[in-house]
Write a protein that binds this ligand. Structure first.
Ligand code: GTP
Ligand code: SPV
Ligand code: MN
Length: 594
């Protein structure tokens, strides 16, 4: 390939001088290139080929044992001023960060090749899209980026001789957790990631560019980069309403984005269309509405729990051309994971590479799982049976509703609607969720996670709230804002709501609210559904569950508000007055209640 972009060429050469690869290879995105890379990765064992009859085009990969989830403690925002990164981000001065990581990058690619991957976030050439160039020494990363983004020669062509791009540098180096850093330099439009081989740490298009750098740019350029799925709900009359929903990692975005209507709603003529499952870039268009694109081109989804019952569309999507990471490798060169298809196989090799049999326990008596709980599949979006026809559309889709949600065993009801945009921003800012396996740390612990963006906001979160409030003023046709909770539990710790496909019953109410078709009950926290308006016909669920799901426990809420107050204190003067006002107003509404 002839490179006409001199700035790009010079940067690649400079990075190569630091990392010292034996060879630089420009990725063109062709199929022959893919075969060549796969062959090489098979020969070194970096990637294992799966049974090509049962799983055509599919491969398997294991990451290092201490490298199976995003490491938020090693993820930093490196702005000149610490204040810019805010109290919820780790920070280091750019100079120090470049220097420290530079020592890890130095010579890290010796004996390896450096791949140069031009990628587009969003349809190639769309005015809404952004271009990145990722340098990496991992074929696994190249193969993933091929699926997750649009890569290669067409992207370079759009970049031309002088186009802007995000400079993304990655090296596995020695995969040492003590020499691992995921650094963002928003002021330089640059990302440096070293010492990891796991998804969100190394597919720099995803959380690094797609959210952290993008959110920084979005504030400057008046748009929004959010940790949201996008889906279309087609009503029996053929009208499609699109919603965008922010749930923290491993809290159900992929599942909701691909849901299949339950029988009762399907026979009424409901259809669901998938636009995206993780990231939404949203802008106000000339019609005054908020329009969203999915900047990605594939799914990097959680495997455990995915089966024909919970997510049939995902199962169909991963049947071919898919990379499976950290799942159980069966002896017949197919794969399995906990709560996947069928019973556990009699044996195989687990995600750590050890021989595995179902029911095996470790020295503490804990069951050893075949797949890591954060095991993932990487699959092309165009294999999804429910794919929206608008996914390649340059303008994306107009958003009718924004939905926030978390994993809360208690407190949050099944669904409620905010009073207005400002209150909706408060609802997003007050989100919390129990920690999952998608990030290092104690599982189950409730942590505040505003807009599901706590680990992904590339600047001060107080300014981020302000940005949301400002966008509300710019959007003439404001989406309504809702909050959902699929994870409320009864006294015995069982989920009260069946979830998955049945969630469409809640979306139906949300869409009806957007179209002024249904009333609601005004409560201190917002509008709740009248129980009769949540369609539960044909649902195998005790009636009292719905009551429990829609109950608001005043004492629990007052306790949560206290905890939220502590969290908000972190933002000090940067907490917008409007958020403070909503906080006080909520407390007062509860205190007035008898
Ligand atoms: P990231 O890719 O990490 O951003 O996660 P995600 O938000 O896309 O989550 P995903 O859809 O992969 O779901 C994660 C886990 O939540 C899986 O184990 C699912 O089985 C479970 N889950 C998803 N939806 C529901 C639901 O409606 N109810 C219940 N009980 N569990 C769900
Ligand atoms: C998440 O953790 O929110 C993911 C997976 O979507 S990762 O790419 O690792 O960020
Ligand atoms: Mn995610």
């Amino acid at each position: 390939m002839k490179i006409i972009h001199n700035r790009l060429k010079a940067w690649v050469e400079e990075m190569a001088r630091m990392c010292g690869p034996d060879k630089i290879i420009w990725i063109d995105g062709s199929d022959t290139e893919k075969s060549r890379l796969e062959k090489e990765a098979f020969s070194t064992g970096e990637v294992i080929q799966l049974d090509q009859n049962k799983l055509p085009g599919c491969v398997y990969h294991r990451t290092a044992i201490n490298d199976v989830a995003r490491t938020e403690n090693l993820t930093l925002i490196c702005t000149k001023k610490k204040e810019e990164a805010g109290p919820t981000n780790n920070w280091m001065a750019p100079e120090d960060a470049y220097k420290k990581a530079g020592t890890y990058f130095k010579g890290a690619m010796k004996g390896r090749k450096m791949y140069v991957i031009p990628f587009s976030m969003g349809p190639v050439g769309s005015p809404f899209s952004k271009i990145g160039i990722e340098l990496t020494d991992s074929i696994y990363v190249v193969l993933n980026m091929r699926i997750m983004t649009r890569i290669g020669a067409p992207v370079l062509k759009v970049l031309g001789a002088d186009g802007e791009f995000t400079k993304c540098l990655h090296s596995k180096a020695d995969l040492d957790i003590n020499r691992r850093l995921i650094l963002h330099f928003p002021e330089d439009n640059t990302i440096w990631s070293v010492g990891s081989g796991y998804g969100g740490n190394v597919l720099l298009s995803k959380k690094c560019l797609g959210l952290r750098i993008a959110s920084f740019l979005a504030r400057k350029e008046e748009w929004m980069a959010e940790h949201m799925l996008i889906l279309g709900i087609e009503k029996p009359d053929g009208k499609i309403d699109y919603v965008a929903a922010a749930f923290p990692s491993a809290c159900g975005k992929t599942n909701l984005a691909m849901l299949i209507p339950p029988e009762g709603l399907k026979s009424k003529g409901y259809k669901v269309w998938t636009v995206g499952d993780d990231i939404a870039w949203m802008r106000v268009d000339s019609d005054g509405a908020l329009w969203a694109i999915n900047p990605e081109n594939g799914f990097f989804g959680v495997a455990p729990g995915t089966n024909t019952k919970t997510n049939p569309n995902a199962i169909k999507t991963v049947g071919k051309n898919t990379i499976f990471t950290n799942v159980l490798l069966k002896d017949d060169k197919t794969v399995w994971w906990e709560d996947g298809e069928g019973d556990a196989p009699s044996g195989g090799t687990d995600w750590k590479g050890n021989p595995w049999k179902p029911g095996m326990k470790d020295k503490d008596g804990k069951v050893i799982t075949g797949a890591h709980p954060n095991a993932r599949f990487t699959a092309p979006i165009n294999q999804c049976p429910s794919l929206s026809y608008r996914v390649e559309h340059h303008h994306g889709v107009p958003i009718s509703a924004i939905i926030f949600g978390g994993r809360r065993a208690h407190l949050a009801p099944l669904v409620y609607e905010s009073f207005n945009w400002q209150h909706g921003v408060y609802v997003g800012a007050s989100m919390a969720s129990e920690r999952t396996a998608a990030q290092f740390g104690k599982q189950g612990e409730v942590r505040r996670d505003p807009m599901a963006m706590l680990p992904f906001c590339g600047y001060h979160m107080g300014d981020y709230f302000k940005h949301w409030l400002r966008m509300g003023k710019i959007i003439k046709k404001q989406p309504k804002i809702f909050h959902v909770n699929w994870f409320k539990q009864n006294k015995d710790g069982k989920f009260l709501w069946p979830g998955f496909g049945e969630n469409l019953r809640v979306l139906e109410w949300i869409i009806d609210r957007c179209n002024n078709k249904v009333d609601a009950v005004k409560t201190p926290i917002g509008y709740l559904p009248n129980p009769k308006d949540i369609n539960i016909t044909g649902l195998d669920m005790p009636k009292e569950n719905l009551e429990e799901l829609l109950k608001i426990d005043k004492d629990e809420w007052l306790e949560d508000i206290k905890n939220l107050g502590e969290f908000f204190k972190k933002f000090d003067k940067k907490l917008p007055k409007e958020i403070e006002k909503e906080y006080t107003a909520l407390k007062e509404r509860f205190n007035k209640q008898k």
